[in-house]
Write a protein that binds this ligand. Structure first.
Ligand code: ADQ
Length: 493
């Protein structure tokens, strides 16, 4: 691959939510199912891997032969015209519990989102986290050569890059993207094994965040908690233990063209059948929320704002419907279970308070919607509400804009999302905890003059298309190339 940033010979991918299915091939005695990627990071990485004939290493979903990787764990992708290898690492139930639900999602996830009261560190969690990181690092080392680019995704691998760096040739490029926020130093000081996390991440030659606020907070944490590290604030680099890490901010985008294309191809009958399924009056003004059922996404605050809006605006009763899709997620974690119960009971209470025989103000579903259904809702929604208490980026806001092909929807957007950095000036900004103002922004969204709505949406669309997934991928690989060139210039070969 040399210095060509468009090729990534070795990748590591962890985002279990982004599925793989459709064509099935049998390898030895196991059936392996491979899906076309439908969106998000998977869709972006797939063509890169196809071009580079690389290896994608991911958490598998099969037998828990945790100790050894063998050829049965590798599958050629795409099956009909193989161009890269997908290697799956199977994890035992105990590993999943302590590594994935444990240190990743009961410690790092709440901590990085500032929910320190939800951090629940149980014995063995960190040891399993280290063990699984080591297992992935081992798999990477089996493939990495001096020319390889290794790209790790997300907070499930805070230790792996250091483990990889120690064992691959010095000219191998090791990079990582951290998809969630990086917390303030006041929050990070509560991180169990925080020193290990920082040192682990400094094994990268390049470390990416969505926005500069997170990159700066990371540098601040390194400066405060790792005195042996040398932070260069101007160049945004850290020198530690013989390695230099470049810290960059690149806001992730969506495959805007595909959302645009899919939204344009929605037929009136597809939309009608969706509205029939949920018994929604087609003539109503439609508000929409699309989220994983996660306590960071601000769904109870959104429901409270809708309730306030309905209290203050009886003329909208019967005329306004809010559709909330909430996909259950990490349900093995108590905080998620409790949060789901809270959301369901609030929806019920508000519907009982305002609803009539013919009308429910909130239509709530936990169905996982197909890409086409999601696009149909995005296109039809008069207003989209994205109200996380904190969110690394938030792709839903961008998907809505990309699918708003009629140019006439309004985006109500939390200032606490990474997406607000690029979209905030033309969205209707909210502080999700200020319920009164939130309700006022909903009032504004339903009554905004059409020409202003279109003007705002036009600018939002330009931003989303300019900073789409392809731009993000290219920018990440450009950074990796520049880091590699710099390492060579300074004699690391
Ligand atoms: P998430 O927290 O998962 O991602 P988000 O960026 O909003 O959050 O992406 C969610 C994805 O799930 C979207 O692509 C959306 O279309 C899809 N989705 C949600 N509900 C759905 C439903 N009911 N049916 C079908 N699809 C549904 C993490 C970080 C984010 C960051 C991303 C990418 O928390 O801040 O934007 O990674 O870096």
């Amino acid at each position: 691959a040399d210095d060509d940033p468009s090729t990534a010979p070795s990748g590591i991918e962890t985002r279990a939510d982004e599925a793989i299915s459709e064509s099935t091939e049998a390898t030895h005695d196991r059936a392996i199912t491979v899906d076309e990627p439908t969106g998000g990071l998977t869709a972006g990485l797939d063509p890169v891997l196809q071009q580079s004939a690389g290896t994608w290493i991911a958490w598998g979903d099969g037998d828990a032969d945790f100790d050894v990787a063998d050829e049965r764990d590798c599958v050629a992708v795409p099956p009909d015209d193989p161009s890269y290898t997908l290697q799956r690492i199977d994890l035992s139930d105990e590993a999943v519990d302590s590594y994935y639900y444990g240190f990743s999602n009961r410690v790092l996830w709440p901590l990085c989102h500032g929910f320190t009261d939800l951090v629940d560190h149980q014995s063995n969690d960190f040891e399993w986290y280290r063990t699984v990181n080591e297992r992935f690092a081992e798999a990477v080392r089996e493939h990495a050569t001096a020319d390889s680019v290794v790209w790790l995704q997300d907070y499930h691998f805070a230790l792996a890059s250091q483990m990889i760096r120690d064992d691959v040739p010095p000219s191998t490029t090791v990079a990582q993207f951290w998809h969630i926020p990086w917390p303030t130093s006041a929050t990070f000081r509560h991180c169990p094994a925080g020193g290990h996390v920082l040192k682990g991440l400094l094994g990268n030659d390049m470390l990416g965040f969505h926005i500069s606020r997170y990159a700066e907070r990371f540098l601040d944490c390194v400066h405060r908690f790792l005195p042996a590290a040398d932070v260069d604030w101007t160049r945004q680099t850290v020198s530690y233990d013989g390695n230099v890490t470049r810290v960059v901010a690149t806001p992730m985008g969506v495959d805007a063209e595909s959302y645009d294309r899919d939204a344009r191809s929605i037929s009136a009958s597809q939309l009608s059948s969706l509205f029939d399924r949920y018994d929604i009056d087609r003539e109503n003004v439609i508000g929409l929320g699309v989220d994983r059922l996660d306590y960071t996404k601000g769904i109870p605050e959104r429901l409270a704002a809708i309730e306030r809006f309905l209290e203050r605006n009886p003329t909208w009763h019967g005329e306004f419907t809010f559709i909330q899709t909430a996909t259950p997620s990490r349900t093995d974690i108590r905080a998620y279970e409790r949060h789901g119960d809270l959301v369901r009971s609030e929806v019920k209470r508000i519907n009982q308070r305002f609803g009539t025989r013919a009308w429910s103000p909130i239509v709530y579903t936990e169905d996982y919607l197909s890409g086409a259904e999601l696009c149909a809702l995005y296109r039809r929604a008069d207003l989209m509400v994205v109200s996380p208490l904190t969110d690394g980026m938030n792709l839903v806001a961008q998907e809505y804009v990309a699918a708003s092909v009629d140019g006439d929807g309004s985006l109500v957007l939390s200032r606490e999302t990474g997406a607000h950095e690029t979209l905030g000036s033309h969205a209707l900004t909210i502080d999700p905890t200020d319920i009164d103002d939130f309700a006022r922004q909903l009032e504004r969204a339903v009554s905004i003059p059409p020409h202003e709505r279109k003007r705002r949406m036009n600018t939002l669309r330009t931003r989303v298309f300019d900073g789409d997934l392809e731009w993000w991928m290219k920018t990440q690989f450009d950074w990796m190339r520049s880091v590699r060139t710099e390492r060579r210039r300074t004699g690391v070969t």
